[in-house]
Each structure stands twice: as C-alpha cells, then as structure tokens.
Design a protein around this ligand. Structure first.
Ligand SMILES: Nc1ncnc2c1ncn2[C@@H]1O[C@H](COP(=O)(O)OP(=O)(O)OP(=O)(O)O)[C@@H](O)[C@H]1O
Length: 254
C-alpha cells in the first residue's frame, strides 16, 4: 500500500536555480528506500519538502492519504507528528539528559504549555525507557547527551523519532558522522525498524554500497532529477555513473 506519493515535485530556493525538477516516486508502507546522489543533488531538500520543513513550489505530495501541500496549521502539526526525522548531527539538546531528549519526540502531541513545562505522562516515560532499552542505551538514560559517543547519540535520535509513533522516518545522512562499526549498528536498526515495526524509512546516503546492502529500493538523484529508481540488483555501474557522473570504484567505501 502506498504511504507516500510524490508527483511532479519542483523546488527552487532562488529564481535562477532549480533544485528539484519534476520528481515522481511512490513508497509503500514498511519499505526502506535510500536516496543517493552527489553533494548538492537535492537529497536533503527532497526529504525536507515531505514534512514541509522546506516549502515546495510545484507538484503534489500525498502522505497517508493527506495532501501535504494543502494542510492547515493543525493538520501540518499532525503530519509532522506522524513523520519522524533523524539528522546527520543528531540535533539533540546537548545539556539535557538522554531521556529528556527522547521525550521531546512527544512535543507534537502536547499543548505548547505542556511541552514547555516538560509535562510527560508515566506511559510516555515508560515508553521512552522501553525504546532506550530496545536500542541498547538505557544505562545512559540520565546522562547528558553530550557525554555520549556519536553512535549512541544517533540511537537517542532514533528513539526520539520512534516515540512519535511515526508512520515514516526521514533520515538525512544518518551515518555520515559515524565510524564503520557505529554506522552498521545504525543501519541495522533502521532496517529492523522497517521490517519488524513496519515503519517506512526514507534514508539519504552517501555510500552506494550501504544503500545497496540495506535498501528495498534506491532512488538516484543527479542535479535535482531522478535518474534511477530500482532495487540494489538493478543498480549497475552504468547507472551509478549516471547518478554520480564519475567512476564507480571511487564511490565504494568498504
Ligand atoms: N536554504 C537554502 N537556500 C538556498 N539554497 C539552498 C538552501 N538549502 C540548500 N540549497 C542549495 O540547494 C542545493 C541542494 O542542496 P541539498 O542540501 O538539498 O543537496 P544534498 O544532495 O543533500 O547535498 P549534500 O549531500 O551535500 O548534503 C545546493 O546547491 C544548495 O546549495
């Protein structure tokens, strides 16, 4: 079943440069789909159009049967509660504890006052601990986030997304700041989130081999245009060269 459908999406930040051109794709519930492409291809912009962190100019985005471009303030808040986001630099509040950062994921379900006062229910706190335990970082629950390694901080970021109970998680280069071991932990987690929890993951990646290993499908972007969509097995050297405009052997990280 289609969870996300993007049709004819166009985005420019300035009049003289088009960043996304006539983007069409569809993602089913529970899929892990990667977006690959060279720096500046428009990968982050594409992800940010989906939850309207960035406003798009043309086209249509349907998410869970809602027209993303046509939502009022309350509906937009609901949309964002349904879409988690994981960032390259984690976007945690460093001076706050791990558990407080995870609970921030409930912000979209609170009134402004409840959120500002940090009022969370016992059920929400229990859920936060459950998720920290599931991701193997519960012993750090009361540490400040800035005392954790990058890989551990990214797991906190994933817990914060999961506590939203999202249908979709957008991951913007989630392993770009991590070493290979931590990257594997994070990618394994994202894979199990899609296969075991049924939560759709759309992941921007720089590493072609990682995308091939973990993705159900891959979208290749070049200069704001989709130049490839298919499975890992359909991504041959010719397609990789088309996406990156360079030799394949320069792109394999392992
Ligand atoms: N807020 C903004 N205002 C103006 N231009 C922007 C803005 N954000 C991004 N751009 C431009 O849009 C283009 C695409 O950027 P984007 O970050 O989406 O690409 P990317 O594929 O994610 O790149 P990277 O892999 O380096 O993160 C770039 O030329 C960038 O400079």
């Amino acid at each position: 079943m289609s969870l996300l459908k993007v049709e004819g999406l166009e985005k420019s930040y300035t009049a003289d440069k088009q960043i996304l051109k006539n983007i069409h794709f569809e993602i089913n519930a529970g899929e892990l789909v990667s977006v690959i492409g060279p720096s500046g291809a428009g990968k982050s912009t594409l992800l940010r159009c989906i939850n309207r962190m960035v406003e798009f100019n043309e086209g249509k985005i349907m998410f869970n049967n809602h027209d993303v471009g046509n939502l009022n303030k309350k509906e937009l808040r609901n949309l964002r509660a349904n879409i988690g986001m994981v960032f390259q630099h984690y976007n945690l509040v460093p001076r706050l504890t791990v558990i407080e950062n995870v609970l921030h994921g409930r912000f979209g379900y609170k009134t402004t006052l409840q959120g500002l006062l940090g009022r969370y229910t016992e059920a929400e706190k229990e859920r936060a601990f459950y998720l920290l335990e599931k991701l193997g970082i519960h012993e750090h629950a009361y540490k400040r986030c800035d005392q954790l390694s990058g890989g551990q901080q990214q797991r906190v970021g994933i817990c914060r997304a999961l506590i939203q109970e999202p249908k979709l998680i957008l991951c913007d280069e989630p392993i770009a700041s991590l070493d290979p071991n931590s990257s594997k932990v994070i990618m394994d987690l994202l894979k199990s989130i899609s296969t075991e929890m049924g939560i759709t993951c759309l992941v921007n990646l720089h590493q072609v081999d990682v995308a091939q290993h973990y993705s159900d499908r891959i979208i290749g972007l070049n200069k704001g245009e989709i130049v490839f969509t298919g499975t890992s097995h359909e991504l041959y050297e010719e397609q990789i060269n088309k996406i990156y405009g360079s030799k394949t052997e320069d792109l394999i990280t392992a």
